[in-house]
Design a protein. Structure first.
Length: 83
């Protein structure tokens, strides 16, 4: 029972990451995205779209690679443009 609770929590956190990071990009003004071309807005939206609409085609290693290798750089980039 304990394992299923932990796994369910992990799934909940994954949903939150997807919602917070990938889902928010669509709410940004187009001009803001154009003004900050150093941020890979299209790739972020594309990954979200892939995750949401292609469950069977998702490669776990791609998601892990994105989390480990791309999110730290994205965090730096977003920090540099935040007010």
């Amino acid at each position: 029972m304990r394992n299923s609770v932990i796994v369910n929590k992990m799934l909940e956190y994954i949903d939150k990451v997807q919602g917070y990071i990938f889902g928010l990009v669509v709410h940004l003004d187009d001009k803001y995205k154009v003004d900050h071309p150093e941020i890979p807005w299209a790739k972020i939206s594309g990954l979200r779209h892939h995750i949401v609409h292609d469950y069977e085609g998702i490669v776990a290693s791609l998601i892990w690679d994105t989390i480990v290798n791309n999110l730290p750089e994205l965090k730096k980039q977003l920090t540099s443009i935040s007010n």
